[in-house]
Design a protein around this ligand. Structure first.
Ligand code: TGC
Ligand code: FAD
Length: 390
């Protein structure tokens, strides 16, 4: 009974299949048993709990939509969303690891890679035997990745890779990196760089106040020889990495709602139990306003991501629809986390409750995978037909 109940104000469960509900309960149980009891300690000591990797592979969190023949779970996009929601209810950093592995490493290898690359990497990435990271952002090129300066030069049987990537999730421990760099004609190309290649290092980024249980680092390339067999043959230009971001942003749209639901659930329970002025604080109109607005925003966002999941499974979701949902879910989650934290008074700032950790994590989620501003401008461009970036 103590098991967390996801709010379902509009009976959305009726829109889910039995398989979706099974995936949800398995993931929820796993998060409750494996993540929730340990995650606060790992966040406090700023360490990624590596021992969770095997379990994440077992529940199908790595590449859930990748076909079974390559080690994926062959699930639809609603199932993928549910997985991300339940994992992020535990912690955004653990969901980040799953997002990166599935959407930013396995997806490009599956979609843009050769058959050899697929067979070599995908089954091991699906189990977590191999871990990956995704290098797009550079120190001077974050929101505008087309300005990147990392580059490759053709040397016959290999390319020589130079440059640096920054803010890369999983970088400190990843076995492989999907890296985007410009060729001699200025076209963006994608490739797999393996740990151990000479000249490739991954220094860790310290002193984060957000996503503390996720490992973040740089990727530094100093004349790294990348065999031509490691290049993605068929994709050039920014649409390569942006295609991967559609996958990950979709997962975040569901995931952030998991954090929001956890904050709401905690605030609701607390409001019913905590008494001041002789009655539960949930009996005061100001606290009811906060709770009523939280459940309203969660419900609206749930409907949005559910519909997006259906469109995505039918291959009809546009990048602009995904931007709207990512932006909305993170904003809703941040607002709920901030209000829930206040509702817990002093207790809200302690590690006894997950709210402050969610709140700080969400400050990264609102920035990565396209900032809040960038997604707003994508919507603005879509509705006006006028590009504010150029
Ligand atoms: P633009 O000229 O608009 O487009 C260039 C080419 O790309 C195509 N395209 C897309 N293709 C697929 N999906 C999308 N979402 C696409 N958006 C654009 C476009 O059609 C064009 O194709 P073609 O064939 O004509 O060449 O590009 P732009 O340079 O003006 O940039 C547009 C902008 C600002 C929207 C884009 O640069 C952007 O989204 N910037 C944000 C950067 C970002 O999101 N970075 C994320 C880094 S990865 C990360 O944060 C991982 S966190 C992981 C975790 O821990 O969970
Ligand atoms: P900037 O682009 O410098 O933006 C600064 C501010 O300017 C923002 O508020 C932005 O909204 C605003 N701004 C920028 N352009 C415009 C404009 N045209 N109009 C209006 N406002 C604008 N990247 C990866 O490649 N791989 C990863 O695994 C990864 N993981 C990350 C993990 C964490 C914890 C964090 C914090 C980031 C991660 N990132 C990763 C990088 C992330 O995608 C970038 O931080 C993000 O895209 C923003 O880039 P920036 O930090 O350089 O900010």
């Amino acid at each position: 009974k103590d098991l967390y109940e996801a709010p379902d104000y509009y009976l959305l469960d009726e829109l889910l299949s039995e398989e979706h509900k099974l995936i949800r309960s398995v993931t929820r149980e796993w998060v409750k048993k494996e993540v929730s009891p340990i995650i606060e300690d790992y966040a406090q000591k700023a360490e990624f709990p590596k021992h969770l990797i095997k379990g994440l592979g077992e529940i199908g969190a790595f590449g859930p939509t990748i076909p079974v023949e390559y080690g994926g779970a062959g699930l639809d996009y609603t199932a993928y969303g549910i997985l991300m929601q339940e994992i992020e209810r535990g912690d955004s950093g653990i969901r980040s690891t799953a997002s990166v592995q599935g959407s930013l490493v396995m997806y490009p290898i599956y979609t843009y890679g050769t058959e050899e690359q697929r067979k070599k990497y995908l089954p091991k990435l699906a189990t977590g035997e191999l871990m990956g990271c995704f290098g797009l952002t550079e120190p001077d090129h974050g929101s505008n990745p087309s300005g990147m300066v990392s580059n490759i030069k053709d040397k016959g049987d290999h390319y020589l890779l130079n440059g640096a990537k920054m803010w890369i999730s999983n970088a400190p421990f990843a076995d492989i990196a999907v890296v985007w760099a410009k060729d001699e004609s200025g076209k963006i190309r994608g490739m797999v760089v393996e740990r151990g290649m000479e000249g490739f290092t991954t220094p860790e980024t310290h002193n984060k106040w957000s996503l503390r249980a996720s490992a973040t680092g740089e990727l530094v390339f100093d004349n790294v020889k990348v065999p031509k067999a490691n290049i993605f043959p068929d994709v050039t230009g920014l649409k390569g990495p942006l295609g991967c971001l559609n996958q990950a942003r979709y997962g975040i749209a569901w995931g952030a709602l998991g954090a929001a639901m956890d904050c709401y659930d905690t605030a609701l329970r607390y409001a019913k139990q905590r008494e001041q002025f002789g009655k539960p604080i949930g009996g005061f109109q100001l606290q009811q306003k906060k709770l009523a607005e939280m459940i309203t925003e969660i419900t609206k966002a749930q409907l949005l991501v559910w519909r997006l999941g259906v469109l995505k499974s039918e291959n009809r979701a546009t990048p602009e629809q995904i931007s709207m949902a990512k932006r909305n879910s993170v904003e809703v989650a941040l607002d709920i986390a901030r209000n829930a934290r206040q509702m817990l008074g002093g207790m809200g700032i302690t590690g006894e409750y997950a709210i402050m950790r969610h709140m700080m994590n969400l400050e990264s989620v609102v920035t990565y995978e396209g900032t809040h501003d960038i997604h707003l401008l994508i919507t603005g461009m879509d509705v006006t037909g006028i590009n504010a970036f150029k």
